[in-house]
Ligand binder design. Structure first.
Ligand SMILES: C[S@@+](CC[C@H](N)C(=O)[O-])C[C@H]1O[C@@H](n2cnc3c(N)ncnc32)[C@H](O)[C@@H]1O
Ligand code: SF4
Length: 279
């Protein structure tokens, strides 16, 4: 992989819909959206990019990735394409019981970030985590601290890590007027300062975009207010990589601090569970 561009992290969008709806979601999965990305298209995407980029971490992103019935096959494809990358599954945890929990260990180095979105459902999510932890002993347990302050508690066994994360404040990455998504046309530098995903590109329907908010809004609205073009092949990739973590005009889609609507998404009213049976 000599000529591949090194990336600290690459998010990989595998599902658009979500089993819950957290107001202000950076992937706009708080609105009703259909579906998951078909597995053959995900594999095409992986094959297209595996020799062009070399990510240290590949985060499996959504929507809710556990809505994808082939999630573990996707992990396997990612492992083959990027043998040394850490695979990080980012999930709200509710649907982890749909999968054989012993299989996650086959993908090490592997991290599972379980985001807690409803305090009153934390016990349920804890039980999902326990089912996974039961497959190995011993676990090194650490609480809070570390580079990522959203991490509440971390369990580590060799190169397999599970952690619970809480992000209480969400800033919706758009303006909404009469149910229409619009950009803020903010100062990009100021918007970038409060961005929820300031330096993580996303692989979305085969193309690379600056962040999940940009990719999802262009896709949902069919509007392109900033003439932003996702990168589709090696052309333009060098420029794209140079701009990771750097404010660009498209960051004007999101608000700056003075415009931002801050949603406490842990507040029950702001997190609606679409599933009928929670057990
Ligand atoms: C979009 S979610 C997708 C994965 C999964 N559904 C989950 O919630 O973990 C990925 C991460 O983005 C965080 N997130 C969502 N909306 C955000 C926002 N507006 N600002 C900052 N982080 C956000 C979530 O807390 C979650 O940890
Ligand atoms: S769980 Fe919440 S943050 Fe994650 S995708 Fe669903 S709506 Fe967005």
């Amino acid at each position: 992989m000599i000529n591949a561009f090194k990336l600290q992290r690459l998010d990989f969008m595998v599902a658009y819909s979500c089993n819950i709806s957290c107001a202000g979601c950076i992937s706009i999965s708080d609105i009703k959206r259909s579906g998951i990305e078909p597995v053959d298209q995900l594999v095409d995407s992986i094959n297209k990019w595996k020799l062009l980029v070399n990510p240290e971490i590949v985060s499996i992103f959504g929507g809710e990735p556990c809505l994808h019935p082939k999630l573990q096959d996707i992990c396997s494809e990612i492992r083959t394409a990027w043998p040394n990358a850490i695979i990080r599954l980012i999930t709200n945890g509710y649907l982890l019981d749909r999968f054989d929990s012993s299989v996650w260990f086959e993908f090490s180095p592997f991290e599972m970030q379980v985001s807690i979105h409803r305090k009153d459902h934390e016990l349920l999510v804890n039980n999902r985590i326990k089912n996974i932890l039961n497959h190995r002993r011993p676990w090194k347990v650490t609480t809070q601290g570390g580079a990522d302050s959203h991490r509440q508690i971390t369990w580590t066994h060799d190169n397999f890590v599970v952690y619970k994360s809480i992000f209480s404040d969400f800033v919706p990455p758009y303006k909404k007027v009469e149910n229409k998504f619009l950009p803020w046309y903010s100062d990009p530098e100021k918007a970038h300062k409060i961005c929820g995903s300031p330096n993580t590109p996303i692989l979305y329907k085969g193309k690379l975009y600056k962040c999940p908010a940009v990719a999802n809004i262009i896709d949902i609205t069919n509007e392109n207010w900033f003439d932003y073009i996702g990168v589709d092949c090696a052309d333009g990739l060098e420029e794209f990589v140079k701009n990771i973590g750097v404010p660009e005009s498209v960051c004007g889609q999101c608000p700056d601090f003075s415009q931002a609507i801050i949603v406490n998404h842990l507040d029950k009213e702001n997190v609606i569970v679409r599933h009928k049976n929670i057990s």
